[in-house]
Write a protein that binds this ligand. Structure first.
Ligand SMILES: CN1CCC[C@H](Cn2ccc3ccc(-c4n[nH]c(N)c4C#N)cc32)C1
Length: 234
Protein backbone atom coordinates (compact mmCIF):
# COMPACT_ATOMS: atom_id res chain seq x y z
CA UNK A 1 0.00 0.00 0.00
CA UNK A 2 1.24 3.52 -0.79
CA UNK A 3 0.10 6.24 1.60
CA UNK A 4 -0.64 9.59 -0.04
CA UNK A 5 0.13 12.60 2.14
CA UNK A 6 -1.10 16.10 1.19
CA UNK A 7 -0.16 19.28 3.04
CA UNK A 8 -2.15 22.49 2.68
CA UNK A 9 -0.28 25.52 4.04
CA UNK A 10 0.74 29.12 3.27
CA UNK A 11 4.30 27.88 3.94
CA UNK A 12 4.54 24.71 1.78
CA UNK A 13 8.33 24.96 1.94
CA UNK A 14 8.14 23.53 5.49
CA UNK A 15 7.57 20.14 3.86
CA UNK A 16 10.69 20.12 1.66
CA UNK A 17 12.33 18.39 4.61
CA UNK A 18 10.24 15.29 3.86
CA UNK A 19 12.56 14.59 0.91
CA UNK A 20 15.48 13.71 3.22
CA UNK A 21 16.36 11.00 5.77
CA UNK A 22 14.24 7.94 6.34
CA UNK A 23 11.13 9.67 5.06
CA UNK A 24 12.91 10.42 1.80
CA UNK A 25 13.71 6.72 1.59
CA UNK A 26 10.03 5.87 2.14
CA UNK A 27 9.18 8.15 -0.77
CA UNK A 28 11.90 6.56 -2.94
CA UNK A 29 10.68 3.04 -2.24
CA UNK A 30 7.08 3.95 -2.90
CA UNK A 31 5.74 3.57 0.64
CA UNK A 32 4.52 7.17 0.69
CA UNK A 33 3.92 9.96 -1.80
CA UNK A 34 4.06 13.55 -0.60
CA UNK A 35 2.29 16.60 -2.10
CA UNK A 36 2.66 20.07 -0.55
CA UNK A 37 0.28 22.81 -1.71
CA UNK A 38 0.31 26.59 -1.26
CA UNK A 39 -3.13 27.66 -0.03
CA UNK A 40 -2.62 31.02 -1.75
CA UNK A 41 -2.89 29.21 -5.10
CA UNK A 42 -6.64 29.14 -4.43
CA UNK A 43 -7.00 32.92 -3.89
CA UNK A 44 -8.09 35.31 -6.63
CA UNK A 45 -7.07 38.78 -5.48
CA UNK A 46 -3.86 40.62 -6.23
CA UNK A 47 -2.61 40.22 -2.66
CA UNK A 48 -3.51 36.49 -2.54
CA UNK A 49 -5.41 37.16 0.69
CA UNK A 50 -6.07 34.22 3.02
CA UNK A 51 -7.08 36.01 6.22
CA UNK A 52 -9.54 38.52 7.59
CA UNK A 53 -10.55 40.08 10.91
CA UNK A 54 -12.42 37.87 13.39
CA UNK A 55 -16.23 38.20 13.50
CA UNK A 56 -17.19 39.31 16.99
CA UNK A 57 -13.87 41.12 17.43
CA UNK A 58 -10.73 39.91 19.17
CA UNK A 59 -7.01 39.93 18.49
CA UNK A 60 -5.30 38.72 15.37
CA UNK A 61 -6.67 37.44 12.07
CA UNK A 62 -8.67 34.37 11.04
CA UNK A 63 -8.10 32.28 7.90
CA UNK A 64 -10.92 32.82 5.37
CA UNK A 65 -12.98 29.73 4.42
CA UNK A 66 -13.05 30.36 0.65
CA UNK A 67 -9.46 29.38 -0.24
CA UNK A 68 -9.75 26.23 1.90
CA UNK A 69 -12.97 25.17 0.20
CA UNK A 70 -11.54 25.66 -3.28
CA UNK A 71 -8.34 23.88 -2.32
CA UNK A 72 -10.37 20.93 -0.98
CA UNK A 73 -12.32 20.79 -4.26
CA UNK A 74 -9.09 20.78 -6.26
CA UNK A 75 -6.99 18.46 -4.10
CA UNK A 76 -9.49 15.99 -2.63
CA UNK A 77 -12.65 16.39 -4.73
CA UNK A 78 -16.30 17.28 -4.28
CA UNK A 79 -17.64 13.83 -3.43
CA UNK A 80 -17.73 12.61 0.21
CA UNK A 81 -15.14 9.89 0.95
CA UNK A 82 -14.72 8.74 4.55
CA UNK A 83 -11.54 6.86 3.58
CA UNK A 84 -9.79 10.23 3.29
CA UNK A 85 -8.45 11.35 6.68
CA UNK A 86 -8.18 15.14 7.09
CA UNK A 87 -6.06 16.34 10.00
CA UNK A 88 -6.32 19.85 11.47
CA UNK A 89 -3.47 20.42 13.93
CA UNK A 90 -4.84 22.78 16.60
CA UNK A 91 -4.06 23.61 20.24
CA UNK A 92 -7.69 22.84 20.98
CA UNK A 93 -7.41 19.35 19.48
CA UNK A 94 -7.40 15.87 20.97
CA UNK A 95 -3.87 15.07 22.27
CA UNK A 96 -1.98 13.15 19.57
CA UNK A 97 -0.84 9.76 20.88
CA UNK A 98 1.02 6.69 19.70
CA UNK A 99 -2.27 4.82 19.38
CA UNK A 100 -3.54 7.54 17.04
CA UNK A 101 -0.31 7.19 15.04
CA UNK A 102 -0.85 3.44 14.93
CA UNK A 103 -4.39 3.87 13.56
CA UNK A 104 -3.36 6.49 11.00
CA UNK A 105 -0.49 4.30 9.74
CA UNK A 106 -3.08 2.00 8.16
CA UNK A 107 -4.95 4.60 6.09
CA UNK A 108 -4.27 5.27 2.41
CA UNK A 109 -4.77 9.02 2.28
CA UNK A 110 -4.09 11.79 4.78
CA UNK A 111 -4.55 15.53 4.16
CA UNK A 112 -2.95 17.93 6.66
CA UNK A 113 -4.61 21.37 6.91
CA UNK A 114 -2.04 23.68 8.46
CA UNK A 115 -3.57 26.82 9.90
CA UNK A 116 -1.80 30.07 10.71
CA UNK A 117 -2.78 33.42 12.27
CA UNK A 118 -5.32 32.71 15.08
CA UNK A 119 -6.70 29.71 13.26
CA UNK A 120 -9.09 28.65 10.49
CA UNK A 121 -12.77 29.71 10.11
CA UNK A 122 -14.62 26.92 11.92
CA UNK A 123 -16.96 26.31 8.98
CA UNK A 124 -13.98 24.80 7.12
CA UNK A 125 -13.72 22.08 9.75
CA UNK A 126 -17.48 21.64 9.85
CA UNK A 127 -17.55 21.28 6.05
CA UNK A 128 -14.68 18.79 6.10
CA UNK A 129 -16.58 16.69 8.66
CA UNK A 130 -19.47 16.34 6.18
CA UNK A 131 -17.09 14.98 3.55
CA UNK A 132 -14.18 13.06 5.10
CA UNK A 133 -12.92 11.59 8.36
CA UNK A 134 -11.63 14.57 10.33
CA UNK A 135 -9.12 14.62 13.20
CA UNK A 136 -8.48 17.81 15.20
CA UNK A 137 -5.19 16.95 16.92
CA UNK A 138 -2.89 18.76 19.34
CA UNK A 139 0.82 18.02 19.82
CA UNK A 140 0.77 19.20 23.41
CA UNK A 141 -0.04 21.94 25.88
CA UNK A 142 2.04 24.74 24.40
CA UNK A 143 1.39 27.21 21.57
CA UNK A 144 3.04 27.01 18.16
CA UNK A 145 2.67 29.66 15.44
CA UNK A 146 0.93 27.33 13.03
CA UNK A 147 0.12 23.75 12.18
CA UNK A 148 3.14 22.91 10.00
CA UNK A 149 5.52 21.68 12.73
CA UNK A 150 2.73 19.57 14.20
CA UNK A 151 1.99 18.11 10.74
CA UNK A 152 5.67 17.14 10.41
CA UNK A 153 5.72 15.51 13.86
CA UNK A 154 2.52 13.59 13.20
CA UNK A 155 3.85 12.53 9.78
CA UNK A 156 7.04 11.10 11.26
CA UNK A 157 5.18 9.27 14.04
CA UNK A 158 2.75 7.75 11.52
CA UNK A 159 5.01 6.90 8.57
CA UNK A 160 7.59 5.06 10.71
CA UNK A 161 4.83 2.60 11.64
CA UNK A 162 3.94 1.73 8.04
CA UNK A 163 4.88 -1.93 7.45
CA UNK A 164 8.15 -2.05 5.51
CA UNK A 165 9.32 1.41 6.60
CA UNK A 166 11.57 0.39 9.49
CA UNK A 167 14.42 -1.98 8.59
CA UNK A 168 13.97 -3.76 11.92
CA UNK A 169 10.25 -3.77 12.90
CA UNK A 170 11.15 -5.53 16.17
CA UNK A 171 12.62 -2.23 17.43
CA UNK A 172 9.11 -0.78 17.33
CA UNK A 173 7.85 -3.33 19.84
CA UNK A 174 10.03 -2.09 22.74
CA UNK A 175 9.52 1.65 22.27
CA UNK A 176 7.82 3.84 24.80
CA UNK A 177 4.09 4.05 24.15
CA UNK A 178 4.10 1.14 21.66
CA UNK A 179 1.38 -1.50 22.24
CA UNK A 180 2.26 -3.48 25.38
CA UNK A 181 4.72 -0.77 26.44
CA UNK A 182 2.34 2.13 26.51
CA UNK A 183 2.64 2.55 30.30
CA UNK A 184 6.47 2.63 30.47
CA UNK A 185 9.19 5.06 29.37
CA UNK A 186 12.19 3.66 27.52
CA UNK A 187 15.16 2.49 29.66
CA UNK A 188 18.59 4.27 29.40
CA UNK A 189 20.69 3.26 26.38
CA UNK A 190 24.42 2.65 26.15
CA UNK A 191 26.95 1.68 23.48
CA UNK A 192 30.78 1.45 23.18
CA UNK A 193 33.21 2.57 24.53
CA UNK A 194 32.47 0.68 27.76
CA UNK A 195 34.29 3.43 29.72
CA UNK A 196 33.88 7.08 28.74
CA UNK A 197 35.11 10.12 30.73
CA UNK A 198 35.20 8.03 33.89
CA UNK A 199 31.69 6.62 33.40
CA UNK A 200 31.17 2.91 32.69
CA UNK A 201 28.35 1.05 30.97
CA UNK A 202 26.32 -0.77 33.69
CA UNK A 203 28.00 -4.16 34.20
CA UNK A 204 24.78 -6.13 33.75
CA UNK A 205 24.58 -4.94 30.12
CA UNK A 206 28.02 -6.44 29.42
CA UNK A 207 27.17 -9.74 31.19
CA UNK A 208 25.55 -11.43 28.24
CA UNK A 209 22.89 -12.66 30.71
CA UNK A 210 19.69 -11.83 28.78
CA UNK A 211 17.36 -12.52 31.69
CA UNK A 212 19.20 -10.17 34.02
CA UNK A 213 19.48 -7.56 31.28
CA UNK A 214 15.72 -7.68 30.65
CA UNK A 215 15.08 -7.43 34.39
CA UNK A 216 17.46 -4.41 34.73
CA UNK A 217 15.83 -2.65 31.76
CA UNK A 218 12.31 -3.18 33.11
CA UNK A 219 13.33 -1.89 36.53
CA UNK A 220 14.96 1.18 34.96
CA UNK A 221 11.82 1.82 32.90
CA UNK A 222 9.64 1.54 35.99
CA UNK A 223 11.86 3.94 37.98
CA UNK A 224 11.98 6.46 35.12
CA UNK A 225 8.24 6.29 34.55
CA UNK A 226 7.44 6.67 38.25
CA UNK A 227 9.79 9.68 38.45
CA UNK A 228 8.91 11.53 35.23
CA UNK A 229 5.45 10.31 34.24
CA UNK A 230 3.50 9.21 37.34
CA UNK A 231 0.38 9.84 35.25
CA UNK A 232 1.25 6.75 33.19
CA UNK A 233 1.40 4.52 36.25
CA UNK A 234 -2.21 5.15 37.39
C1 LIG B 1 -2.14 32.92 19.78
N1 LIG B 1 -2.77 31.92 18.91
C2 LIG B 1 -3.43 30.90 19.75
C3 LIG B 1 -4.09 29.86 18.92
C4 LIG B 1 -3.09 29.23 17.94
C5 LIG B 1 -2.39 30.28 17.11
C6 LIG B 1 -1.30 29.68 16.23
N2 LIG B 1 -1.81 28.60 15.39
C7 LIG B 1 -2.49 28.80 14.24
C8 LIG B 1 -2.81 27.57 13.70
C9 LIG B 1 -2.28 26.57 14.55
C10 LIG B 1 -2.29 25.16 14.55
C11 LIG B 1 -1.71 24.46 15.60
C12 LIG B 1 -1.13 25.16 16.66
C13 LIG B 1 -0.61 24.43 17.85
N3 LIG B 1 -0.11 25.09 18.92
N4 LIG B 1 0.21 24.17 19.87
C14 LIG B 1 -0.08 22.93 19.45
N5 LIG B 1 0.11 21.80 20.17
C15 LIG B 1 -0.59 23.06 18.15
C16 LIG B 1 -0.98 21.92 17.39
N6 LIG B 1 -1.24 20.96 16.82
C17 LIG B 1 -1.09 26.57 16.66
C18 LIG B 1 -1.67 27.25 15.61
C19 LIG B 1 -1.76 31.30 18.01
Amino acid sequence: MTMRLDYLSIFPGYFDVLDISLLGKAVDNGLVEVHAHDLRDWTHDRHRTVDDTPCGGGAGMVMKPDPWGEAFDGIIGIEPDPSVHVIFPTPSGIPFTQSAAQELSTVERVVFCCGRYEGIDHRVIDYARTMWTVHELSLGDYVLNGGEVAALAITEAVVRLIPGFMGNPESLAEESFSPGQERLLEYPLFTRPVSWRGMDVPEVLMSGHHGRIAEWRREESLLLTRDRRPDLTD
